[in-house]
Design a protein around this ligand. Structure first.
Ligand SMILES: Cc1cc2nc3c(=O)[nH]c(=O)nc-3n(C[C@H](O)[C@H](O)[C@H](O)COP(=O)(O)OP(=O)(O)OC[C@H]3O[C@@H](n4cnc5c(N)ncnc54)[C@H](O)[C@@H]3O)c2cc1C
Length: 500
């Protein structure tokens, strides 16, 4: 290690950790990122099987048109010009399927309305109201719309105190339209009557502005951010788990890193789950009530995935995400062994622009931690025969569903691999393999929201459990964490100026 004292230490190299490291190193701080895995990126990681690269937890992004929100953040981060993107089908970036009927989400507000309206001729006004509602949520959220940031109250109470399901049910009485409009809920692990409206609306609007796959895989984002951090003198240490945080009088002075020992610092930003942070400090530091609250937070569900490699030239490239439901959208994570999977999400991976045939794909279905808990004490590659058989049964069921929607696909598969909630737990460090971190509950908002501030005055939290998940939510969460060190007005003004 070249230094043993840093201005800022970042725990975890997920998106939130890397964005934090970039901001602080750009602003003159000596920064070190410690990542316990052998590669940086957390959910941004990609991995190779059978000669193809699969993404782990970032499959498409939105709002990358010039001047749009993610474009501006990525411009500030210095990665906008080097990130190869492939725009998804503007007439159908999402395909929502219910037993044979397919519905298309088209890019842009008017096009979205025009595309869905022929299938819901009696509900055109409802679709229009839905679109206006989602757009309004973005427009009135300054960090998402680059609006005036003089009011730091980031989200409008109307958008956080109502659930997605109650608002959409209030907009339309048509049960099929309700399902079609909530069809993207696997993007946030939505829970009926619980998930606040803003999460759905911001995600819908984010992708509706334009959806893009990352050519070659999402680890490109991590690699570009790492390069930028290093260009400002920041250092990134992989295979370096933070084992503890030393504090005195509620001020952190150092972290202890596996294989490296004690590293002193002035500030810490943690990008890991807040439950894991509790285990890094002495038990007396946080009050019991805070620890109980953090430990009792419910996690969003996990998934079972099949990673598919196709035989060459067999499967036409699908430039849309395909969401399939056998029944209602809500309740798909509430299943039995017999009726699993109630839904799935199928995505082709992009290996080049203007692709004609798919080389590889991912298919996900919700899977709860309880299904794999019996193997919780095992490690990767040593989980035993029963686990292998369980995965095999799940693979067969999921691929059979895929075959019924896309006949001939099974025959075009060259090879496939699987992952379970245990895999996510062990590769991305999430509690119970949760996909998107904690479940926010509109009825218990203060209890299910975690602040970036902690009782330790120089320890701040970033990552998908703070603010919100996903490429935009985590980027904004990291900005909020860094603003605690640099000043909110100073940082937001810098971002606005440097992203024009
Ligand atoms: C299956 C799946 C699909 C998704 N698809 C999309 C998508 O298409 N678009 C989108 O916008 N979002 C998507 N997301 C969500 C998005 O990937 C996440 O919200 C985001 O990447 C999480 O970033 P993070 O900063 O919270 O860190 P994480 O990615 O959770 O990374 C945390 C890092 O901390 C490390 N760590 C943990 N403990 C320690 C320690 N003690 N010391 C050092 N390091 C430690 C971990 O190894 C990990 O690398 C998806 C998520 C999943 C799971």
């Amino acid at each position: 290690m070249s230094e043993s004292r840093y201005n800022a230490v970042i725990i975890g190299s997920g998106l939130g950790g890397l964005v934090s490291a970039y901001i602080l190193s750009k602003n003159g701080m000596k920064v070190a990122v410690f990542e316990k895995h052998s590669v940086p990126g957390g959910c941004l990681q990609s991995f190779s099987r059978g000669g193809v690269r699969f993404e782990t937890g970032m499959h498409y992004i939105g709002s990358m048109g010039e001047g749009e929100a993610l474009y501006r953040y990525f411009k500030y981060l210095g990665i906008v010009d080097n990130l190869p993107l492939s725009k998804m089908d503007e007439d159908a970036y999402e395909l929502i399927s219910f037993n044979g009927e397919r519905y298309r989400y088209a890019t842009g507000h008017e096009r979205f309305i025009d595309t869905l309206s022929p299938q819901f001729p009696g509900n055109v006004g409802d679709i229009r109201e839905y679109v206006s509602m989602c757009a309004h949520v973005t427009e009135t959220s300054p960090m998402y719309s680059f609006g005036p940031h003089d009011n730091i109250a980031l989200l409008n109470p109307d958008h956080v105190l109502k659930s997605v399901s109650e608002v959409i049910d209030g907009i339309t009485a048509n049960p099929r339209l309700r399902n079609v409009l909530t069809g993207i809920s696997p993007l946030y692990g939505g829970v009926k009557d619980v998930t606040p409206l803003y999460i759905h609306a911001l995600i819908w609007d984010f992708y509706n502005k334009g959806a893009y796959r990352i050519v070659g895989g999402s680890d490109r984002i991590a690699a570009l951010l790492c390069d930028r951090i290093r260009s400002f003198g920041g250092e990134i240490f992989t295979g370096s788990e933070v084992l503890s945080i030393e504090t005195r009088d509620y001020v952190a002075g150092a972290v202890n890193v596996k294989g490296m020992g004690r590293v002193e610092c002035d500030w810490i930003i943690s990008d890991i789950h807040p439950q894991l942070v509790l285990d890094l400090v002495e038990p007396h530091v946080f009050r019991k009530v805070y620890k109980d609250r953090i430990r009792s937070l419910r996690q969003t569900t996990s998934n079972f995935s099949v990673y598919i490699k196709f035989k060459p030239g067999r499967v036409p490239y699908l430039n849309s995400n395909f969401y399939h439901y056998r029944g209602d959208v809500w309740g798909c994570s509430d299943y039995t062994a017999e009726d699993w999977p109630k839904s799935f999400l199928y995505m082709h991976q992009c290996s080049g622009k203007d692709q004609r045939f798919a080389t590889h794909a991912i298919i996900f279905a919700y899977m709860n931690w309880a299904d794999v808990e019996q193997w919780a004490d095992t490690t990767v590659g040593h989980r035993g025969e029963a686990y292998r058989e369980f995965k095999e049964r799940c693979r067969e069921k999921l691929l059979a569903r895929l075959e019924s929607e896309f006949p001939g696909t099974l025959d075009a598969i060259e090879d496939s691999w699987t992952s379970t909630p245990l895999t996510y737990r062990d590769y991305t460090g999430t509690i119970e393999g949760s996909m998107y971190g904690i479940v926010h509950d509109k009825a218990r908002l203060s209890q299910t929201t975690v602040s970036q501030r902690t009782k330790v005055r120089n320890l701040f939290l970033a990552g998908q459990n703070i603010n919100s998940h996903g490429i935009l939510g985590v980027t904004i969460g990291a900005i909020l964490a860094c603003s605690e060190l640099l000043g909110f007005d100073y940082l937001v003004t810098q971002i606005k100026k440097q992203s024009e």
